[in-house]
Write a protein that binds this ligand. Structure first.
Ligand SMILES: [Zn+2]
Ligand SMILES: [Zn+2]
Length: 132
């Protein structure tokens, strides 16, 4: 599969050539602030599948091992990348066809905003994925 996406202002464009590993909603407080949204839907791809086509993202090192990449002009949250991991997380909402990928589970439900509730029956993990 080929997926394309980019930021709101158009300075940054990316392409993913590969298969989805998984997709989820993250309710953690860092994702919330980075996106300015109550929850962020992420899709995980193999690292080698992802490349930027245009523009250079700004990187905020949100923890010792993880960087969050966003557009330096419009601020769109695009990518979450953990050092030494062979996968990369992309914000589903920055895809050109965000409807093409559905989240499969929730993580960090511990931090879910009480006024934000979805009606799905997807698995809910109190913190990160059990495998983390
Ligand atoms: Zn932008
Ligand atoms: Zn998060």
């Amino acid at each position: 599969m080929v997926y394309k996406g980019g930021c709101a202002c158009g300075d940054i464009r990316y392409e993913v050539q590969g298969e989805v590993i998984d997709a989820s909603y993250c309710h953690c407080s860092v994702c919330r602030r980075v996106a300015g949204a109550p929850v962020v839907a992420w899709v995980t791809f193999p690292l080698a599948a992802f490349r930027y086509l245009r523009g250079t993202p700004a990187v905020w090192q949100s923890s010792e091992k993880a960087g969050r990449e966003h557009c330096p002009r419009c601020g769109s949250a695009l990518v979450f990348r953990v050092t030494d991991e062979d996968s990369v997380d992309v914000t589903i909402a920055s895809l050109d066809q965000p409807e093409s990928i559905r989240p499969e589970f929730h993580i960090w439900v511990e931090n879910r905003l009480p006024w934000f509730e979805t009606t799905d029956s997807l698995p809910r993990h109190w913190r990160g994925e059990p495998s983390d």
